[in-house]
Design a protein. Structure first.
Length: 127
């Protein structure tokens, strides 16, 4: 199967040697999205809910560029700087994933790129 690089200006550009997403067959594997505004290139906020919204909007843009959507996500991983933010992130997450919820892992990490509070990655399908 061919490996296709996905790139969109509607999500932040990669800040390292990686792609926003890779499409293989009918699967999309996204890189983790941190709360960077794609226009300014800056972290949006120190507020965890706003940060979670930006992560998910970035994820949504990458998935749409790949021909998929947030509704086609089968697995996510949420990386949190502080597990105490889990409930707030979960509240926002639940507004994006409303039916046939994807499988999910959530872990606390020591540090994220650009000192972000949250990062979210996904695996999706193209149906």
């Amino acid at each position: 199967m061919e490996k296709i690089v996905i790139n969109t200006s509607n999500a932040p550009a990669a800040i390292g040697p990686y792609s926003q997403a890779i499409k293989v067959g009918n699967f999309i594997f996204t890189s983790g999205q941190i709360p960077i505004d794609p226009k300014s290139g800056e972290i949006v906020s120190k507020d965890i809910k706003s940060a979670a919204i930006q992560c998910l909007e970035n994820l949504k843009a990458v998935l749409e560029a790949a021909g998929s959507s947030i509704n086609e996500v089968v697995k996510t991983t949420v990386f949190l700087k502080d597990m105490n933010d889990f409930a707030a992130v979960n509240e926002i997450y639940a507004t994006y994933f409303t039916e046939k919820m994807p499988a999910r892992s959530a872990v606390q990490v020591a540090k994220l790129p650009k000192d972000a509070m949250v990062e979210i990655e996904a695996v999706a399908i193209i149906s």
